[in-house]
Design a protein around this ligand. Structure first.
Ligand SMILES: [Fe+2]
Length: 152
């Protein structure tokens, strides 16, 4: 499940812990990364070596959109294997996925794609375990448990 936020609306701090998945690097994080979001944009990237690498990766895109929130969502599949980086990382039940960068994905089918205006060359998915997700102030997931039954 994924949804695209209003492009200038994301606010807060997103923490990536070792063992979470930096899908844009096709591997698990080895160090903590703390992203600060203001007005839909990442304004600060702090932490260990992975924070440095993520900052460098997004800067290399050479456009401002690389630092903007793209989409957020959650996994619903109990069968997914966290040790297998890829689609399983995006799918595992109760995990949270947040993506940075491009959000103009178009698809021929109706109601597909994100329909945004960010045409950055960068797109970076981040998949996290044991975290919480709020949408419009409502708690959706807490430590891999769905707090809204209809969404799990
Ligand atoms: Fe994505």
């Amino acid at each position: 499940m994924a949804c695209a936020p209003l492009e200038d609306s994301a606010e807060g701090v997103y923490v990536i812990e070792p063992g979470d998945v930096l899908l844009g690097f096709w591997r698990h994080a080895q160090s903590r990364v703390v992203l600060t979001l203001e007005g839909g944009r990442i304004t600060k990237i702090e932490g260990g070596p992975d924070a440095y690498l993520l900052q460098a990766h997004l800067e290399r895109a050479g456009d401002e959109g690389a630092f903007r929130l793209s989409h957020a969502g959650w996994g619903t599949d109990h069968r997914a294997d966290w040790g297998h980086v890829g689609m399983d990382s995006e799918s595992l039940y109760g995990t949270v996925l947040v993506a940075i960068g491009r959000n103009v994905f178009d698809a021929p089918a109706p109601y597909r794609g994100l329909g945004g205006s960010n045409d950055s060359v960068a797109h970076f998915d981040i998949c996290c375990r044991n975290t919480s997700l709020y949408l419009d102030g409502e708690l959706i997931i807490q430590n891999e448990k769905f707090m809204v039954d209809a969404l799990g």
